[in-house]
Design a protein around this ligand. Sequence first.
Ligand code: FAD
Length: 457
Amino acid sequence: MNRITRRRWLRNAFSAGATLALAPSLGAATRATPWRNWSGGHVAQPAGRFVPESEAALAEFLAQSTGQIRPVGSGHSFSPLVPTDGHLIVLDRLTGMIDHDAASNHATFHAGTRLGDMGAPLEAVGQAMINLPDIDRQTLAGATATATHGTGLAFNTLSAYVAGLRLVTVTGDVLDLDVNNRPDVFAAARVGLGALGVVTRIRMQNRPVYRLRERTWFQRTEEVLEGFDQKAAAHRHFEMFPLTHSDYAIVLEIDETDAPVANPPVSPEEDAGFDNQMREWYGLPVAERRAAINATVEQMIGPPSEVVDVSYKVLANVRNYRFNEMEYSVPIAAGADGLREVLRTIQERAIDVVFPLEYRYIKGDDLWLSMFSGGDRAAISIHQDARFDYRPYFDVIEPIFWKYGGRPHWGKVNNLGHAELTKLYPRFEEFRAIRETLDPKGRLLNDHLRRQLGVPA
Ligand SMILES: Cc1cc2nc3c(=O)[nH]c(=O)nc-3n(C[C@H](O)[C@H](O)[C@H](O)COP(=O)(O)OP(=O)(O)OC[C@H]3O[C@@H](n4cnc5c(N)ncnc54)[C@H](O)[C@@H]3O)c2cc1C
């Protein structure tokens, strides 16, 4: 641990990485290279990849082909949304900003743009995204398709900031959608799961450029939980990563600031510090972990680490240690009890895990398939090292989430099917009806989507 600076340890505390799951784009006619998602939890052998050079080429391909297809982003979903033995549609050539409008703070991007490639061009025109998730390797289309979110009671999912989008249907029709044009299809397509067509461009609601100060520190989990609601209300972003088999959490607080940028680069050794520490802890017998982890953390306790930078450089992290994740969002009032029960269960069942949890609040919205439709929610995430089978852990915890009224993140591991999901989402059947109209033959469905959307093979 001595080579690990506290700041890096905190910032990179449980990691995930920048490597893309897709092979390089091969052109319109592709050979069948296997596909795997970021965590390696899902592998597929697609018949091919179609990498259109233009929306017109995509529309032609869709109109003329007949087989199964799945749009793919950067493969960062933990649930099997993408796997297919048909064709993957890859938008690696449809990237970058198309236009922007200073008056409305709108900017339109090709849908294959990675979130991490949006910050700089937006900054150049005086705009910034309103919020970002924990990482920025996702594509804009992939992130919005699953209601990807960051942290903050004042902030919605990225899908809620979609002001308009272009959808190319399986018949090759090009639909420009917003609240005035086909509002029902727009409502469904904002969190579309890649089940309605291929999204090729997205107009985002942004805001003027801003700077953020991030503060991170260790604190007793129970103490943080007791003051969580006040802190979440008082700060732009407030969240915590409770360490498993430990009494401590990493706490993260982010606020807007005019202070000058202070974000010095860190060395690769420092970067790998927490990952190495977690590997070491995995080598300990579970019964010895609480004492060892608490002792290590207690050595690191001190004043908060601080970073100040332009928003997109503060909000997103680099995660290099591969893992699988399950996330459920529960009503805020149930959040603390739900989190306590998960942590207690991990302890009592001596579950072999080291990865921290993540606990954050997200603002409610009215999107049909957003996990946050109908009210603010607390998102509780559990993670397991990708080298190990996550099921013995996740299968024990998932019923706890159900008990507290949880809705699963579409892009993360869950075992729900249509019967359960339709009860969780008041507009679920309307989504299904629109899907049926746009793709009656189910060309866009894979086994997972058929199960979740209740469409027999
Ligand atoms: C390390 C890590 C950290 C994460 N952090 C967060 C977080 O902080 N908050 C959060 O909410 N989630 C988080 N996620 C989950 C992630 O944001 C979602 O799973 C997201 O959907 C992944 O985007 P992607 O570009 O990789 O899409 P993929 O995983 O490739 O695809 C996701 C869905 O999008 C669809 N899709 C992709 N492109 C298109 C298109 N052009 N048209 C139509 N549909 C399309 C696919 O068909 C699929 O249904 C994290 C994931 C990882 C691996």
